[in-house]
Structures are given as C-alpha cells and as structure tokens.
Design a protein around this ligand. Sequence first.
Ligand code: EPU
Length: 341
Amino acid sequence: MKIEKNYNLTKLNTFGIKATAKFFTEINSEEELREVFNLPEFKNNQKLFLGGGSNVLFTKDFDGIVVLNKLKGIEIIEENEKNVLIRSMSGVVWHDLVLFTVEKGLWGIENLSFIPGSVGAAPMQNIGAYGAELKDVLVSVESYEIKTGNKRIFNAEECELGYRDSIFKNGLKGEYFISAIVLALSKVEKKNIEYRVLQEHLEKNKIEVKNSKDISEAVMSIRKSKLPDPNVIGNAGSFFKNVFLSKEKDKEKIKELVFNYPHISYFDEGDFIKIPAAWLIEECGWKGKKVNQAGVHDKQALVLVNHGGATGEEIKALSEEVITSVFEKFGLKLTPEVNLI
Ligand code: EPU
C-alpha cells in the first residue's frame, strides 16, 4: 500500500482549493481499507476520508492522513415483481448510480440526478433535491468503525436522517467510515414531480414523464442551468442549509418576517416553513458579488464559488460576511452545509 507525503489535494476538492495532506493513500477494496486501519500513519494521526470532495472546504493544509475512497461496484442483491434492492459501494460516483438505476427503469433516485459527490456522502448528509431525499429509499448503511476497524451495519432508522443531516454528522461524527449503502427502488411507476421548479420545467418544455429517465434528464437540465460546473468554476453546491422555522415555536418570527417582507419566498413543509437561504442571501445583495477571488454565484445565491486561486480562508471569510449580513437584516442564522476542514 503506497503512502504519499505532502500530497496536493487541489484536484480532490471541487472548490479547487490548494491544500496539502501530510499523508495520503487510496483504497480500492475493503481489504485495502482493513490494511489502512493498521497503518501507523493512520493510527497516529488525524484522519479524513475523501470521496468526491464536493462537500468540503479546506481552510488550511491537512495535518493528518487523507484516505481517498475508490471502492467501486453496484449490484442488485434482491428483487421481486415490484421492488429491487441495490447495493452500491461508497466510492461510486453518485450520479453513476442514478444512471445505473434509470437505465434499468427503476424509480426512486431520479430526482437526485447530477448531485456531485460519491455514494458514501449521500447518507452522511441525507442528500436531497427536487422533492426527494435519500431517506425515502435508504435501507441500510455498511460501515467500519474507525477506531477498531470493526464492521457495523446501520439500518435506515439508526442513521437518524434529517434535513441535510444524519447521525454521522452528529453523535457519531468522525467515528465510522461508510463502505456501502443499500437502497430499495421501485419497478412500478412512482412519479415525484410536485417540486415547483421541476413541475414548471416539465410544463414549459412540454415533457410528458413516461419513465424515471425523463425526470432524471429534466433535473439534469435544471441543475445545469443554475448550478456552476465545478470543472469550470470551483464550488461545493449549496454552501448553506435552508432555514426551517417551526409554525408553532417560531410563530411570532414568521409573522414579523411576513409583515416586514411581504414578498418573502417561503415553502410550506408540514410543521415547518422553509425559507430558502438563497432568497435571504439575494435580498442582502450578495448574488453575483465577488470578494477577492471568492464569490456568490450569479444564478444561485446559495452557492459560493472560487473564481480562481481563492484560498479556503477567503471563501470562509465570505461565508461569515454573508451569515452576518443575513443575521443583521432578518435575525436568522444561516449554517453551512459544507464541512469546513
Ligand atoms: N431563490 C432565490 N435566489 C436564488 C435562488 C433561489 O431567491 O438565487 C429562491 C427562490 O424562491 C426559489 C427557492 O429559493 O424558489 C428555491 O430555490 P431552488 O429550487 O434552487 O432550491 P434551494 O432551496 O435553493 C435546495 C438544495 C439544492 C437542491 C435544490 C433543488 C439545500 C441546501 N439545497 O436548494 O441542493 O439542488 O434545493 O431541490 O437544501 C446542494 O445541496 O448542493 C444542492 C445544490
């Protein structure tokens, strides 16, 4: 197993931030993963498992070992007339898994097309888009405890999935490496096209949804029109989470916001009202703004971008300015979705 020193991570994070890792190695199989657990460089240092690098911001060099996840493979492990259980290794590119399923005519993750990153990151933050989230289809997560190297399988409930959240970001943060996931998908049509932006796109382009691939393609074209391609301009998708206010507990706050900002954009989410962070940021005048080489994307205010050569510190500083101005104007606290390292 090859261990490299002072490894350049610029190409391994979609922000394109220049940073190095003190030690670096990659794993191509579960055997290699088990070997990693026994390496002195692993045992005696901070550890960071990296997948697609699409949800991290390096604010400094990493003084530890980075393990690049290249565990590949997708298999159908069970099926009946209606459903299919699919197991995917965590190093698979998420969108490749989506393509695999839509090519087979399966329903369940087509709305999650084109989300950057690897399969392993999906349960970590319960990825979601266009009215669907991983939570809707996740059956189990296979993992290894980093301290002991012991294998553990979590069922969906044990993962405690919430909005962009899971036990792996909270109580068990940094304790488990996700090696594979199992999803339950449907062979029977399960169209999910209620999400406003998706519905509008289908109507405008007169698309009649006949299979999951039609939705996948629609989602891809919406994403392409709004979200910057990390190969062209560094970014990590949404930098912040949306704001959820409880209809009960935050009643007064909601009233105050609607009174002061009658044009406010919000969405009804059961017991909660969702206020798009993008709207709050745009209202503060940040959309399309540039500070040094860091910026707020001009088509989606939720996305921070690296205009070329920005440092992680610069992006972080911009994010803090955005948080402060949203707080001063609306009294709402934005939290980053991206992991700051
Ligand atoms: N909006 C603005 N200004 C903007 C963009 C959006 O005011 O520049 C407002 C509009 O009112 C719009 C609303 O925000 O109707 C929602 O916008 P959009 O549908 O683009 O979704 P979002 O809430 O901003 C979330 C996810 C995205 C996901 C989209 C689509 C989070 C943090 N982000 O964004 O996920 O693609 O929904 O479902 O929940 C990601 O996580 O990296 C990501 C891109």
